[in-house]
Design a binder for this molecule. Structure first.
Ligand code: SF4
Length: 684
C-alpha cells in the first residue's frame, strides 16, 4: 500500500468487469486512485475477486489513454481539436444519410459504459441519425438469453437474485458456466453454499473447478444442450416427476413439447452428448425432487448456432417442474460485462426502445416521438452481426463504435477487418488505441467509469451507482456530452443533461425504470427492475404468481448439430471461454502488471492422450488452425478437456482465438457460434 488510511478518500462504486456488480470503494489520494476495498453490496456481501481488487483502477491512469481527438489523414492519425473532429463526424454521417438513406449508418454501443451513456447513444442513433441500426455486444454473448427468455417467460433477464440462488438452496444445476473464473464472487458464494450442504450438478465439456464438488459432472459435447434438456424432461415426464398443476395453470404449449421429448431417450441422448444415460436419469430425478434448485447458465448455452433455442429448452426444463417464480429456483443467466444487462435495458438493440418497448409498436413509437420531439423510423434495425457483412456488401457506409473492439471480440476477425475497411466512414470513441480504433477515420477520447457519474445494471437486474473519483488531465470528455454535441451538430437540438437528469428522463419513458432515481439510489436503496414507481421497492424475484407474458410458453425445441464439426482435416472441436485473471479484451486488466505476470499470453488446453499422440508436451508452442486461419499458442496439457476437444480463452490479441472462430450465427438472436469450431493442432 502506498498510502495511509487517513490520506485516502473513499468513493463507493460498482466493479467495471463482470456483471456480478460487486460494490467497492475506490481509494483516492491526490486525485489518483491508489487502491480498492471491497464493500458490502447485495450481490457481493463484502467479497471481491482478483479482477475487482487489482484490475479495476490502474488502467484509468495508464499512460496510453487517448487524451485528445484524432483524425486520420493520409493513413496517419493527427491530433485535432474537438470542433474539427465533431464537425467532420456530423458532416460525414449527414452526407451518408443524404446520399444512401438513414439506414446506411449504424452504431454499436458500449456495454461497459453506464446506463445513462447507453440511453443517450441509442437516442442519438434514433433521433439524430434517424435509424434503428443500434446494437451492443450482448449480440455476441447473451442476446440468446434476451430473446429466449423474453419469448418463453416475457422478460429476458435473470429470474432470481444471486443471494437467493446461492443461499439455502438444495441443488444447483450449473450448465455451460464457469463462475469461479468468469464470475468469481458468484463462484465463491456457490462454494460457500456447497460447504453448507448444497449439492451441485455440473454440465460442462470442461472439468472446471466446481467439478471437484459436483455430485454429478456430465462432460457434455459442446453444442448439444437442447438434446440434454429434452432428455431431462423425457425422464421427468416418464417418471411422473412433473408439476402438472403448475403446467396446467401457468403455462401453454406443453402438449407439443411432451410429444417432441418422447424421442429423446437417455440412451439416445447419451450418444449425442457423449455422457452417461444413467447420469441423465439421476440428474433429472435430483433436479425435479429438490425443493429449491436454480438453473445457472452462461455462454456455454448461448454462444451456439442454436443458442436461443438452447436457452428456451432450459426454461422448458424449469417450467416442467414448476421452478420459476419461486425463491431459490428460476433460470439464471450470468451476464458477462458489467453493464451488458443495462445496455439492453436502455434500448441499444435494433428492435427495442428502452425497457424492451418494441420499435414495431406504433403506440410505443409515438410515445418516444412525443418525448424526443422528432419523427422516428419504424424500420427495425440491423443487429451488429448483420451490420458487418452488410458493410462488405456496401449497404452500411458509416459506423459509430462506442467502446467496443470487434477486431478482437468478434468471430473470424479477418471478416471483421474486411467489413471495417469497406466502410466510407468509421468513428471510434474509446479509452485506448484498440485494434478496432486503428481502422477509424476519427477517434474520440471518452472517459472511464472512475471519471463519471452513472449507474450499471448487474446480472440480477439491480441498478447500482457508479461515482466519479478523479478528474484526469487531457481533453477527454464525458461520453454523454460528446453524443449531445454530435446530435446538435446533426440538426437534432437538445440540451446537455447530467447523469442524474438523464436517469430521470429514462424513468419518464421506461416503465420498468419508472421508480428509479439517483436520489433513491444515493439514499442507499437497492432497486431491481421492474420498479414501476417511486413507491415500488423493485422486483426481487420475477414471474411470481404470473409470468411477465401471462402464461409461460413451452418452446418446441429440437436438437440440431453445430454448424462446423471436426473432420479429418480439422479433427478437434474447439471451445472458447474466460479465465480468472483477465477480462474480455484485456483493455483494463491487461494494463495491470501483476495480472499479466500471472498470465500474459494465450494458451490452449488439450487432453493428455491427444497431446501424447501429437508429440506435444506441456508448455510447447503450438499452431492452431481452422478454415479461417492459423494462430500460435502455448499448450496446457492435462485432463481438463475430453479427448478430441480443446479450449482457448478469448482474452489475448496476440494469438487471438477469434482469428479462427467461425462466423456462423443463430437464426433468432444472430449470436455467433463461438463455442464450437473445428481446428487442427500441431507443434510449432
Ligand atoms: Fe468485479 Fe465480477 Fe470480480 Fe465482482 S466478481 S469483483 S464484479 S470481476
Amino acid at each position: 500500500r502506498h498510502y495511509r488510511a487517513w490520506e485516502v478518500k473513499k468513493v463507493r462504486t460498482t466493479c467495471p468487469h463482470c456483471a456480478t456488480g460487486c460494490q467497492m470503494d475506490l481509494l483516492v489520494k491526490n486525485n489518483r486512485i491508489v487502491g480498492v476495498d471491497p464493500a458490502d453490496g447485495p450481490s457481493n456481501r463484502g467479497l471481491l475477486c482478483v479482477k475487482g481488487k487489482f484490475g479495476s483502477y490502474k488502467f484509468i491512469h495508464s499512460g496510453d489513454r487517448l487524451t485528445h481527438p484524432l483524425i486520420k489523414r493520409d493513413g496517419k492519425f493527427e491530433k485535432a481539436s474537438w470542433d474539427e473532429a465533431l464537425d467532420l463526424i456530423a458532416s460525414r454521417f449527414t452526407e451518408i444519410r443524404k446520399k444512401y438513406g438513414a439506414d446506411a449508418n449504424a452504431g454499436f454501443s458500449c456495454s461497459r459504459a453506464p446506463n445513462e451513456d447507453n440511453y443517450i447513444f441509442q437516442k442519438m442513433m434514433r433521433a439524430a441519425f434517424g435509424t434503428n441500426n443500434v446494437d451492443n455486444c450482448a449480440r455476441v454473448c447473451h442476446s440468446a438469453s434476451v430473446h429466449g427468455l423474453a419469448t418463453t417467460l416475457g422478460s429476458g433477464a435473470m429470474t432470481n437474485p444471486i443471494r437467493d440462488i446461492t443461499e439455502d438452496v438444495d441443488l444447483i444445476l450449473l450448465i455451460g458456466s464457469n463462475p469461479t473464473e468468469a464470475h468469481p464472487v458468484v463462484g465463491t458464494q456457490i462454494r460457500q453454499a456447497i460447504r453448507r450442504g448444497t449439492q451441485i450438478i455440473v454440465v460442462d465439456p470442461r472439468k472446471i473447478d466446481l467439478v471437484k464438488d459436483a455430485v454429478i459432472h456430465m462432460p457434455i459435447k459442446a453444442g448439444t444442450n437442447i438434446a440434454f434438456a429434452n432428455a431431462m424432461i423425457h425422464v421427468i415426464l416418464g417418471e411422473g416427476l412433473a408439476d402438472m398443476d403448475y403446467i396446467r395453470e401457468r403455462t401453454e404449449g406443453y402438449e407439443e413439447l411432451a410429444e417432441i421429448v418422447k424421442d429423446y431417450t437417455p440412451e439416445k441422448v447419451a450418444e449425442i452428448c457423449h455422457i452417461d444415460a444413467e447420469d441423465i436419469r439421476k440428474a433429472a430425478r435430483m433436479y425435479a425432487r429438490a425443493k429449491k434448485a436454480p438453473i445457472i447458465y452462461c455462454l456455454g448455452v448461448t454462444e451456439h448456432s442454436t443458442g436461443t433455442e438452447g436457452v428456451m429448452s432450459l426454461s422448458n426444463l424449469a417450467m416442467v417442474v414448476g421452478k420459476i417464480g419461486k425463491s431459490g429456483c428460476g433460470i439464471n443467466p450470468l451476464r458477462g460485462q458489467n453493464n451488458v444487462q443495462g445496455a439492453c435495458d436502455m434500448g441499444c438493440m435494433p428492435y427495442d426502445f428502452p425497457g424492451y418497448q418494441k420499435v414495431a409498436n406504433k403506440e410505443v413509437r409515438e410515445k418516444f416521438e412525443r418525448a424526443w420531439g422528432v419523427p422516428l423510423s419504424e424500420t427495425t434495425g440491423l443487429m451488429s452481426t448483420q451490420v458487418l457483412p452488410e458493410a462488405i456488401e456496401g449497404k452500411i457506409k458509416g459506423l459509430y463504435i462506442f467502446g467496443e473492439d470487434p477486431m478482437v471480440t468478434d468471430p473470424d476477425t479477418g471478416h471483421v477487418a474486411k467489413s471495417l475497411e469497406s466502410l466510407d466512414f468509421l468513428v471510434v470513441q474509446e479509452l485506448f488505441m484498440t485494434e478496432t480504433a486503428q481502422y477509424a477515420d476519427v477517434i474520440l477520447p471518452g472517459t472511464s467509469y472512475g471519471e463519471k457519474e452513472g449507474t450499471f445494471s448487474n446480472t440480477e437486474r439491480r441498478v447500482q451507482r457508479v461515482r466519479k473519483a478523479v478528474t484526469l488531465e487531457g481533453e477527454m470528455r464525458l461520453d454523454t456530452d460528446i453524443f449531445y454535441d454530435v446530435m446538435n451538430r446533426m440538426g437534432y437540438s437538445c440540451e446537455k443533461k447530467t447523469a442524474a437528469e438523464i436517469m430521470d428522463e429514462i424513468a419518464s419513458v421506461t416503465p420498468a425504470f419508472g421508480g428509479i432515481s439517483f436520489e433513491r439510489l444515493d439514499r442507499g436503496e437497492t432497486l431491481q427492475w421492474p420498479c414501476l414507481d417511486k413507491e415500488s421497492k423493485g422486483t426481487y424475484i420475477m414471474h411470481v404468481g404470473k409470468f411477465s407474458r401471462g402464461l409461460g410458453y413451452f418452446y418446441p425445441a429440437k436438437y440440431r448439430p453445430s454448424k462446423e464439426l471436426p473432420d479429418n482435416e480439422y479433427p478437434f472441436m474447439m471451445v472458447t471461454g474466460r479465465m480468472l485473471y483477465h477480462y474480455n479484451t484485456r483493455a483494463m486488466t491487461g494494463r495491470t502488471e501483476g495480472l499479466n505476470e500471472i498470465c500474459g499470453d494465450s494458451y490452449i488446453e488439450i487432453n493428455q492422450g491427444d497431446a501424447a499422440m501429437l508429440g506435444i508436451r506441456d508448455g510447447d508452442k503450438v499452431k492452431v488452425s481452422s478454415r479461417r486461419g492459423e494462430i500460435e499458442s502455448r499448450a496446457v496439457v492435462g485432463d481438463k478437456m475430453m479427448p478430441s476437444e480443446v479450449f482457448m480463452t478469448f482474452h489475448f490479441a496476440d494469438g487471438n482465438v477469434n482469428k479462427i472462430t467461425n462466423f456462423v450465427i443463430d437464426d433468432i438472436a444472430r449470436i455467433p457460434e463461438y463455442k464450437v469450431c473445428a481446428v487442427s493442432v500441431k507443434r510449432a
